[in-house]
Design a protein around this ligand. Structure first.
Ligand code: NAD
Length: 363
């Protein structure tokens, strides 16, 4: 039997960012695992959204509209709902948007994280475990080809990356100053990036751009076809977040930063991903170079996930090619019949969980 996500029955979880792409998948998975999920987000970030198509709100014990920039409202939500576990995903997650709205990006991503942690610190019944989701972009990107380990410097040139590096520093400061050791709350952070999967309609992201172009019958606009990125299916890092939260409940050693990245083989060019998506979709997409002016993009950045593998037993369950095939199926089938979104998403979670359980088995 491989390492798996455990039983969350009777466990109350506050999930911030539940109306977003990753949050909606995670809310459905948590519910499947038995958790009582309280969702906290300020709005639904896209239309369409996985949150609405898959009727995520029907799986929640409470569906809160709270802005994490509002410290008092965030604290009131944590105090009222008394979560045992907090998974903090709410963020302004788009690098391009961070150039247009840098102050807002810092307010949501950095101070919003401080407000969530402060709410946990001051809650009458503090949570036992908190996982703060940042990004692989939190590292000071030295534009080298080595993968970043968890003990390397935080940084970030563009506002989004810096806001996530700063969120890491805030998290480490709260851990050192208020949490950890004998304290009731253990806090960890999770660093992953370039996630794809069905149900993402975020702006300026490759797979949603392909899905939109396919639906409109237009060529995909590609900014940088030769750029390499460490791609992974959304369920890979989500399994890591769940395993990490479980470990925090029993082992204070887990209270630190963790990388959840794909294997070296899945660091591929944008062009490679588009070609493989086209194969899986069953249509040859045409694409054209997007020659408009865009904010500068950081070079490739890889993270070293050896610690998550060795100490948490985590590994990416679906490789890039398989994850892309699942994703193409999702978008193609939902485009044909949007009412399938929920069952397709749940089926993929089920299939992933089964693969996760068996991946450590020796034949
Ligand atoms: N998708 C990726 O490739 C990727 C890569 C690295 C890190 N991440 C991180 O994962 C997390 C989830 O990303 P996503 O792709 O699902 O983003 P998303 O845009 O789909 O969802 C963001 C969520 O945050 C909520 N939110 C935004 N501002 C808020 C505010 N002020 N108050 C309360 N809620 C607010 C939104 O309502 C939404 O629920 C983010 O922290 C993001 O930075 C994502």
């Amino acid at each position: 039997m491989g390492v798996t996500v455990g039983d969350w029955h009777g466990r109350r979880v506050l999930l911030t960012g539940h109306t977003g792409f990753k949050g909606a998948w995670l809310a459905l998975w948590l519910k499947r695992a038995g958790a009582e999920v309280v969702g906290l987000s300020d709005a639904i970030p896209t239309a369409p959204s996985l949150y609405e198509l898959a009727n995520v709100s029907g799986d929640l014990v409470a569906d809160l509209r709270v802005d994490v920039r509002d410290a008092a409202a965030t604290a009131a939500a944590v105090a009222e709902h008394r979560p045992e576990v907090v998974l903090h995903l709410a963020a302004q997650p788009i690098v391009h948007t961070s150039f247009a709205a840098p102050v807002d990006t810092f307010a949501v991503n950095t101070m919003g994280t401080a407000h969530v942690l402060e709410s946990c610190r001051t809650a009458p019944e503090p949570p036992r475990a908190v996982v703060v989701v940042t990004s692989d972009k939190c590292y000071e990107n030295r534009e080298w080809h080595w993968a970043y380990r968890e003990n390397e410097s935080m940084g970030g040139k563009d506002p989004y990356s810096a806001s996530k590096g700063a969120a890491e520093l805030v998290t480490a400061s709260y851990r050192r100053s208020f949490f950890g050791g004998e304290a009731p709350t253990q806090v960890a952070s999770a660093r992953a990036g370039n996630v794809f999967g069905g149900g993402d309609w975020g702006a300026c992201r490759l797979v949603p751009d392909v899905a939109r172009a396919a639906a409109a019958g237009e060529p995909v606009q590609i900014r940088n076809p030769g750029a390499t990125r460490p791609w992974q299916h959304v369920l890979n890092p989500l399994s890591g977040y769940l395993m990490l939260a479980e470990r925090l409940l029993t082992d204070t050693v887990a209270a630190r930063g963790w990388n959840f990245g794909p294997p070296e083989d899945d660091v591929r060019t944008v062009q490679w991903v588009v070609d493989h998506l086209a194969n899986a979709w069953g249509e040859a997409f045409s694409w054209q170079r997007d020659t408009r002016r865009h904010p500068p993009e950081a070079g490739s950045l890889k993270v070293d996930s050896s610690d998550a593998r060795a100490l948490l037993g985590w590994r990416p369950t679906w490789d890039l090619e398989y994850g892309l095939a699942q994703t193409a199926t999702w978008y193609r089938d939902v485009a044909a019949d949007p009412s399938q979104a929920r069952s397709l998403t749940l089926d993929q979670i089920e299939a992933f969980a089964a693969d996760l359980e068996t991946q450590g088995d020796v034949c």
